[in-house]
Write a protein that binds this ligand. Structure first.
Ligand code: ATP
Length: 255
């Protein structure tokens, strides 16, 4: 809390025609923590991630990352500033190998060289080898090295979701946004995922996590932001959120 925020969300609003999905959110995330974002369906969680990652430009307000104003920047620029993300639904190249799925996420310049033309320029083999080694080390970190050569589509969902995280890590982000990483996972897969998220944070990467699995959230997050109809309803540690009457009422009201 004493360090400067890594991410600052200032008064952001997002309007879709007549629908106001975000109604003026102010929130800061310090570096080095696991920050959860929870709330009922339609609360605006994914919209908030879209605004941070550049898929949407907020109708009003500002997003700052490491002191730099980033709203209005394109997703690939924001990725270069050090923010990467995963999506609610798995979006892998299913017939490509696990390793190739990581490698295509790397350096667009190299990709257009060796993936689309197939030509080898001087220095490219070395570059390709370097990317392959780095990609393998990301697979090792997430525990998928043994599956490197398998087609991504043959992995169980739990491993596909972890592969997506590995791909997001391959851009070497300082902030990673995970949108419902535990969605569809069984208990054991969820535990493994939780452990991985903690190791990512242990590497100094700040994690923002949209998630419906309350046990996972309460186990691993340092801070929680509760959104309700496009507005913050509460913020605090897992212990504070568990005991917050407004949160209890909102969730009980939902059934
Ligand atoms: P869930 O937990 O179901 O994923 P969420 O909290 O992520 O929900 P959002 O997907 O951010 O919620 O949606 C917030 C509100 O904005 C909803 O009312 C939704 O219908 C609306 N909305 C989101 N995207 C659009 C869009 N592109 N056009 C119109 N309305 C949208």
């Amino acid at each position: 809390p004493s360090s400067a925020p890594l991410l600052e969300i200032q008064d952001i609003q997002m309007q879709f025609g007549g629908i106001t999905a975000l109604k003026g959110i102010n929130y800061s995330v310090p570096p080095g923590i696991i920050q959860a974002v929870i709330g009922p369906n339609g609360a605006g969680k994914t919209t908030l991630f879209h605004c941070i990652s550049g898929l949407l430009t907020p109708t009003a307000g500002q997003v700052r990352f490491d002191g730099r104003e980033i709203n209005g920047s394109l997703p690939h620029q924001i990725a270069r500033y050090g923010i990467s993300r995963t999506f609610q639904h798995v979006a892998l190249f299913k017939s490509m190998s696990v390793l190739e799925n990581i490698m295509v996420g790397r350096h667009p310049k190299t990709r257009s060289g060796f993936w689309s033309t197939g030509l080898r320029f001087p220095g490219m083999r070395r570059e390709e080898k370097h990317i392959r080694e780095e990609s393998l080390s990301h697979l090792e970190f997430v525990g998928l090295a043994a599956e490197a050569q398998l087609p991504a589509g043959t992995l169980p969902l739990g491993k596909q979701k972890i592969l997506e995280i590995a791909r997001a890590l391959a851009t070497e982000p300082r902030l990673i946004l995970l949108d419902e990483p535990a969605g569809g996972l069984n208990m054991r897969e969820t535990e493994e995922l939780g452990e991985l998220v903690q190791r990512i944070c242990g590497r100094g990467i700040t994690v923002m996590l949209v998630e419906h699995d309350m046990n996972l959230i309460m186990d691993i997050s340092h801070r929680i932001l509760v959104l309700y109809y496009g507005e913050p309803l509460a913020t605090g540690t897992p212990e504070e959120i568990k005991e917050n009457p407004a949160v209890i009422e909102a969730y009980l009201g939902e059934g």
